[in-house]
Ligand binder design. Structure first.
Ligand code: SDX
Length: 429
């Protein structure tokens, strides 16, 4: 491999492939012509060594534990900005001026209500439905209500759909929560900021005034920033693949939401909290560490490990700090789950199995403790992740749609099934 091209020897042939270099991070070998020149595909299940696209939005250095949104370190955005500022940055590529921020906040705020008919749509679900099942259904149903923003070839309609998704996800998530607990839906209040509005839609009841706790609102807003985008993770890749066929943005976000639900991905925050509850006390930790290390045991430490981070997930560090902030604000002095989590982390990070495999806590390890302390049921944790990740999905979808080189995604395969054979009549089988 030399300079800006590489060579591959295959079946006595030499194939030249260009090397494309990014602004930071690994270069890529362009294999676009490999099949035409060799009749062979590359093979990379799980895409561990495959770049699916070119992007300018988010960069992760997994070895150093670095996460940048449009070049800005996550630590600085979480410390100094708010979630809607991060939304603007991910969508537009630059931090907003004061005037741009005020205009963006105004436009998002005035899209927070959903079509009143959607309230009847919710009535079709069982009350004990998982909130993520309700979210997948209601987000997809937005395609049936907002026909004037489904034409992806129209930049104006793409912008309207983007604003609607960012603005309405908190309303849909709150409605999913209220529906499952049997309480009336609470309408958004334009006088509140984005995250305070969400807290009020979740926890206000008609029987009494609801006062937003500013410390909790700030903490949750920061949690949304941490979850906003993360390169080409499974759910973002799902959104891009769905969008590559020309599907409307609401359908694409519904597809991403469905993918995020899995316990290996966004469902890990719910699974991690259930794991901490199952462990129950620090005395049981050694038993579960042994289970996690046992090749014959499917148990994994949920909230640990990552495809890209082979160092501490920078979001987990901020998450841990936020957990202490929220527990202090709520006067929770000794949360047994937090004790288990801190001791589990300490033991795991000193165990050779986790050190050798570079398994560290990820964003899902501490988030559940914080959200539970705020009053959210475990079943709502992934819905909150989907709420925050919507802006990342939308930004990546928009980048793909506006990329002149984009085509429908259509991977190939290594076929190991039966070769061609003739049909046998049933009487002769
Ligand atoms: C998210 O991609 C993203 O960016 C995702 C995300 C985002 O913001 O979008 O960051 C959000 O999804 C975070 C990850 C949440 N998932 C979990 O916490 C679930 C537990 N973790 C894993 O299942 C696993 O670590 C993954 C799914 C996160 C990563 O899987 P990989 O990269 O395919 O790694 P692997 O499964 O091949 O594991 C490598 C080795 C294996 O051992 P060997 O077969 O090599 O002997 O590490 C072991 C695994 O058994 N391992 C674990 C482990 N995670 C990996 N062993 C014990 N406990 C774990 N948690």
């Amino acid at each position: 491999m030399s300079g800006t091209s590489s060579q591959l020897q295959v079946d006595g042939k030499t194939v030249d492939m260009a090397i494309k270099t990014g602004s930071i991070g690994p270069s890529v070998i362009d294999i676009g012509k490999l099949y035409a020149q060799t009749g062979m595909f590359t093979y990379d299940p799980g895409f561990t060594s495959t770049a699916s696209c070119e992007s300018k939005i988010t960069y992760i250095d997994g070895d150093e534990g670095v996460l940048l949104y449009r070049g800005y370190p996550i630590e600085q955005l979480a410390e100094h900005g708010d979630f809607l500022e991060t939304c603007y940055l991910l969508l537009e590529g630059e931090l907003p001026t004061a005037a741009q921020k005020a205009d963006f906040d105004y436009r998002v705020t005035r899209h927070t209500m959903v079509h009143e008919q959607m309230a009847r749509f919710f009535q079709g679900f069982r009350r004990d439905a998982h909130p993520m099942a309700v979210m997948v259904g209601s987000i997809g149903a937005m395609s049936a209500f907002y026909h004037d923003s489904t034409d992806i070839s129209d930049p104006h309609q793409r912008m309207v759909a983007s604003m609607r998704m960012i603005a309405k996800m908190p309303t849909l998530a709150a409605m999913a929560f209220k529906y499952t607990v049997g309480q009336p839906f609470v309408y958004p209040l334009n006088s509140l900021d984005y995250t305070s509005n969400f807290l009020r839609m979740c926890f206000a009841v008609p029987a009494e005034e609801y006062k937003v706790n500013p410390v909790l609102a700030r903490a949750l807003d920061r949690i949304f920033i941490l979850h906003a985008d993360h390169e080409q993770n499974a759910s973002t890749s799902t959104v891009r693949l769905a969008g590559s066929s020309g599907a409307n943005p609401f359908a694409c976000i519904a597809a991403g939401t469905a993918c995020l639900w899995g316990p290996a991905h966004g469902g890990a925050n719910e699974a991690a909290l259930k794991m901490l509850e199952e462990i129950g006390s620090v005395d049981n930790i050694p038993k579960y560490i042994a289970k996690a290390k046992d090749k014959n045991d499917p148990f994994r430490l949920m909230g640990f490990g990552h495809r890209v981070y082979k160092n501490y997930d920078p979001r987990a560090k901020i998450m841990q700090k936020t957990t202490h902030e929220v527990l202090n604000e709520l006067g929770i002095k000794d949360d047994p789950l937090l004790d288990v989590a801190i001791e589990l982390e300490r033991i795991a990070l000193s165990d050779s199995y986790f050190i050798e495999k570079k398994l560290y806590p990820n964003i899902d390890f501490y988030s559940g403790i914080t959200l539970k302390a705020m009053g959210f049921p475990t079943s709502m944790f992934t819905a909150l992740f989907a709420l925050a990740r919507t802006v990342g999905w939308i930004a990546q979808w928009k980048e793909m749609i506006e990329d002149p080189s984009q085509r429908i995604g259509r991977p190939r395969q290594l076929y190991t099934g039966a070769a061609s054979r003739d049909y046998t009549p049933i009487g002769r089988r």
